[in-house]
Write a protein that binds this ligand. Structure first.
Ligand code: GLU
Length: 303
């Protein structure tokens, strides 16, 4: 498959969408990002890498971090993790409070903010140095020791993170989280602030294609668990646009409001794409389009 040529064709086809949408401005530090950027990188299980345009520019991975946190949580807690957070699509916005109140503090899934805040709390309970361990794990997955938190972004989000603070308070009220609210929120914001490039993300997500045993920085997951983690990405990775992503792209994946999207074709490849302009659901406009065209052109999807 000539992925390089396919990416060039895709880029030409998505150019009309280049000025559609806008970057996440509810996090002040992200509002400053130049919206007119695009990068992509595909990596096959054979190790072939196809970087395209700004594949090496780092950006805020935001909710993509929730996949890393879930992987750690599952490795530490196994199936018992699902006692505190569900695995059903929410059909609501990533930061919605509505279901959380009705469902008495058990978030629908680990990829909406409420669920990821619960996973952050679990990691804080289980690990002596959760913040250090999270970095160690992501560095091992991406093969790059310079991957780091961006404290400007994390603090910027803390200053305006009123909804996430409300979510954490509701979780605490219902007894779903154990640790101090401020500590949990700050860890959650730090996870979201991690910066990685498309190449680093493609590298990291190659581990989720299930082609070799998952064992990174001491965190192990069985093939069966990786299969299930992919199932949660498929059904819950794009908030209230998860059905649309499944329909258009047909791969498990995860998006973030930094404009990144990562998708996995089990036993074949991982692909990361980034462009900061988002649609109304918080997903990258060009990123969604690029992946739709990729699986259409290659006829490679899980369906
Ligand atoms: N840090 C972001 C928030 O909590 C993550 C949201 C996202 O990427 O979807 O709002």
């Amino acid at each position: 498959m000539d992925y390089r040529k396919i990416m060039e064709d895709i880029y030409n086809e998505i150019l009309p969408f280049a000025d559609k949408g806008k970057q996440a401005d509810y996090i002040p530090a992200l509002a400053k990002v130049d919206p007119d950027q695009f990068g992509m990188c595909l990596k096959t299980i054979a190790g072939d890498e196809y970087p395209f345009m700004q594949a090496d520019t780092r950006f805020s991975i935001q909710s993509i971090a929730k996949v890393f946190a879930l992987a750690m949580g599952l490795s530490l807690k196994g199936e018992s993790l699902w006692g505190k957070v569900g695995k059903e699509p929410s059909g609501t916005a990533f930061n919605s409070l509505v279901q959380l109140e009705i469902e008495k503090g058990k978030p629908r899934n680990p990829f909406i903010n409420a669920g990821a805040i619960v996973v952050a709390d679990i990691l804080l309970t289980e690990l002596d140095d959760a913040e250090g361990e999270f970095l160690r794990f992501v560095r091992a997955l991406s093969g790059n020791d310079s991957v780091d938190y961006n404290m400007e972004v994390a603090l910027s989000e803390r200053q305006t993170g009123y909804l996430n603070a409300a979510i954490a308070n509701l979780l605490k009220y219902h007894g779903t989280i154990e640790n101090d609210i401020e500590q949990v929120l700050m860890f959650y914001f730090k996870m979201c602030s991690v910066e990685m490039s498309c190449r680093e993300l493609a590298n990291a997500f190659l581990a989720f294609t299930n082609h070799v045993p998952f064992d990174f920085a001491g965190y192990r997951l069985s093939q069966s668990r990786i299969k299930r983690l992919n199932a949660v990405m498929q059904t819950c990775g794009f908030y209230d646009e998860a059905g649309e992503f499944s329909y258009l792209v047909g791969l498990p994946g995860k998006s973030g409001v930094g404009g990144g999207i990562v998708a996995v074709y089990p036993m074949r490849y991982s692909v990361a794409v980034w462009s900061p302009r988002l649609n109304s659901r918080g997903n990258s406009v060009m990123g969604m389009k690029a992946l739709e065209l990729l699986t259409t052109a290659t006829q490679e999807s899980i369906f």
